[in-house]
Design a protein around this ligand. Structure first.
Ligand code: C5P
Length: 467
């Protein structure tokens, strides 16, 4: 068996390994072991998303080609361009037909030769290349695809798109297309936070462009960290599947979602409640259904409509919610978004409590069952992935980490619900996904985008992605 040491690898690869290892809190050697382990398990782990490549290739013929997903991948200039090579491999494994365009800046990071070796065809680089124009041409490139993916999407590419510029092949194709576009932004966190990028992002989102990532973590630049790392290739694959409408990312999976507040009666007319609107939970249920999952949504009293394609069970109290969750088992994933009341009346009054003239009544409370902890600790029925939420008004991450251990769940999705955040009842949310592997903080997004981001990560997790 050949022997290989990390020292023998080229400098760029070593640097990438160091960054990856730092992100995962491992030694470089452990990181390499981990990569090799997942590569070895690869075929089995990712098979759920789509048939493996060998299967695809064996059955390829003209009719099959017509049914295969066509992806036009635009590779922008950034250190994350190397991940786009892996993205091509992931897409090809799933039977997709991939064409690639590289910007001039992208070619500073990876070569058209390596991208072409993976796509199995010519890589397009130049708007004014007569050979390419007579052969395929930028209009055919823009149209003969099901989806256009820009990865990495640099700040410059996003600015060009938002402004409708067309001064090179990539921007011209993006302007000429009528297909769905998915961007995987990657840039320095300060560039991502810059007001100009925010403005361009808002414009692109309003124009119907879909976004995946960026993730938080270490940057290529020394001592730089924050949101700006390109989403992982499998997250991009899952996002492409979501974008195509009814997708297969969660096909065959059963997902339970709890949503909204609970109402705990004090007497026949009064109850204990909270400000949860159900918007985030319902958006998650909708995104799971759009990803092909069988979804049972167990909802407290809310004003938002039932999401299409989900089975909705309406409940009022925490105890009713627990019963409904238990009745909905077994499931592959359970997402506890509901803001369950911690306490209920020990004995709700059967009659309306009257003012007695002797001061306020004593309301004796008892603790409600913890639905999330009950399900997470139930060895016989526990779904493979149990996700809780942590609505906090202070020490958001710290409290979420403690909750992860206490509740026995796999992920805690923490959000700041202090009044200033406007999350409770509002349309936007800023989340931090806390797992045993670390914390991923997402930028502020609409609750629908947050839902898509969560579902993308769930699909990647069930598909075996290591994050
Ligand atoms: O302990 P805390 O209420 O902050 O935990 C929040 C998480 O636990 C949420 O996922 C919520 O849906 C879930 N939870 C529950 N049953 C309770 C209280 C909270 O499922 N009684």
């Amino acid at each position: 068996m050949a022997s290989l040491t990390v020292r023998q690898l080229d400098d760029r690869l070593k640097k990438q390994l160091r960054l990856r290892a730092a992100k995962h809190g491992r030694s470089v050697e452990d990181e390499v072991r981990n990569i090799l382990r997942s590569a070895a398990a690869d075929t089995e782990e990712f098979a759920t998303l789509s048939p493996p490549a060998e299967h695809q290739e064996r059955h390829t013929n003209q009719t099959h080609d017509a049914a295969r997903l066509r992806v036009l991948l635009i590779i922008g200039g950034g250190i994350a361009a190397y991940k786009s090579l892996d993205l091509i491999r992931r897409l090809k494994e799933r039977g997709a037909v991939v064409r690639a365009i590289m910007t001039a800046a992208a070619q500073e990071f990876v070569t058209p030769l390596s991208a072409g070796a993976l796509t199995g065809g010519k890589v397009f680089t130049d708007l004014f290349d007569t050979e390419s124009e007579f052969d395929v041409g930028h209009i055919r490139l823009a149209r003969e695809t099901d989806v256009i993916v820009v990865a990495p999407a640099t700040a410059d590419l996003m600015a060009k798109m938002a402004g409708g510029h067309a001064d090179d092949l990539a921007s011209t194709v993006l302007l000429a297309t009528d297909k769905k576009i998915l961007l995987a932004p990657a840039m320095n966190p300060r560039m991502w936070e810059n007001v100009a990028t925010r403005r361009n992002l808002a414009q692109l989102t309003a124009d119907g462009v879909a976004i995946v990532g960026p993730n938080a973590g270490e940057m290529a630049e020394r001592n730089e960290a924050g949101a700006g790392r390109m989403a992982e290739p499998l997250e991009i694959v899952a996002a492409i599947e979501l974008l195509r409408g009814k997708t297969h990312a969660l096909a065959g999976k059963r997902v339970i979602v709890t949503s909204g507040p609970t109402y705990e009666p004090i007497d026949p007319v009064r109850y204990i409640a909270n400000r949860s609107s159900g918007k985030q939970g319902h958006a998650i249920a909708a995104a799971a259904a759009a990803a092909g999952a069988e979804v049972v949504l167990i909802s407290g009293p809310v004003d938002v409509p039932d999401p299409i394609g989900t089975k909705v069970t309406k409940v009022e109290t925490a105890r009713d919610m627990l019963r409904a969750v238990e009745a909905a088992q077994p499931a592959d994933v359970a997402i506890f978004t509901a803001a369950v009341a911690d306490w209920r009346m020990a004995e709700p009054s059967s009659q309306k409590i009257k003012k007695s003239g002797k001061g306020a009544p004593e309301l004796a409370l008892v603790e409600n069952p913890d639905i999330l902890a009950t399900v997470a600790h139930d060895k016989s029925l526990r779904p493979k992935l149990v996700i809780g939420f942590a609505a906090e008004t202070e020490k958001v991450i710290e409290n979420a980490k403690a909750k992860l251990a206490k509740k026995g769940c796999d992920w805690i999705i923490a959000n700041d619900v202090s009044p200033a955040s406007g999350v409770m009842g509002g349309d936007r949310n800023t989340i931090h996904i806390v797992t045993q592997r670390g914390v991923e903080s997402l930028p502020p997004q609409s609750k629908d985008e947050v839902a898509d981001a969560i579902i993308t990560r769930i699909a990647a997790e069930l598909g075996g992605a290591k994050r």
